[in-house]
Design a protein around this ligand. Sequence first.
Ligand SMILES: [Zn+2]
Length: 345
Amino acid sequence: MSELITIKLPNDMHVHFREGNLLDFAVNATAEHFHHAVAMPNLIDPVTTYKKALKYYEQIQTVSNHSHFKPLVTMYLTGDIKEIDISQGSSDSRIIGVKLYPAGVTTNSSNGVSNIQDCYKIFEWMEKYDLPLLVHGEVNNPETDIFDREKLFIDELMLITQNFPELRVIFEHISTKDAVDFVKDSADLVAATITPQHMVLNRNDLLSGGLKPHHYCLPVVKREIHRKAIAEAAFSGNRKFFLGTDSAPHYKNQKQSSCGCAGIFSASTALVIYLDAFDKAGALEKFEDFCVNNSSHFYKLAKTDKQITFKKEIFEVQSSYAVGDQEIIPFMANQKISWSIAKEL
Ligand SMILES: [Zn+2]
């Protein structure tokens, strides 16, 4: 009999469900295996107000085929946000926070923030109403080396945490040892999400022996020293680090192109990839903390009795998914993972 592990149904604290034809596919790929999931607001028409966030929530709920699934939505930080959006958002359990994109750093972020100090009034409201700030932590100066953009953003983030000591801040999809150290050294109100790719890949996996477009995301994966620090932070069980896949579907022809999109679709494979890494590190007893306990604690989320069971049995990731007449290539396509999902919910 193969080895089994059962945990409470995980939370994905950072995911892109997109819109239009992709919405149904992306929502259900996540809803199948997660309890909560935090939907990012960087749509073509970004989710910039409380009303727009509720509308996006309804669209997600409408396509979800899983009654256990509880989506959570965010508002995209722009000058459009008013104090009423923050106060209404904070008292509505469907709204989880406000997402800060420095302008131009990633997919659909051209409406983002150019000067973070301009948002200090909004941070004041968020601190007052206890609505978390989710941050894409990279500087947006196009001349800054792409491998340095996260590290250099930390000064900016430090100013935010110093000026707003009661604001809950989540440093999203961390990709450097510098970010790990910053979060560890900060107050308990500062946390971070960790993606499967930043846990298992370094930049050689992206660039050496041929360019791998399906390993390309932002922030870009970095040197081995950074990957190791991120993985160890997750394996340690430290409450400040939790699961956020940053699963972001793009069609195959947009990834395999002369100017390929940033983003990795991992919704259907992330859990077993994380689990395999925890197992190899001898850290299985911390897996449930990373997947569900740490994020439930930080975000004050309701618990579920629902569980998911994994078995130690080879699982081969499928080569692609059809969405309409297009294809989506999942993270680790065609590769063998040592764990599989044993019991559907
Ligand atoms: Zn993202």
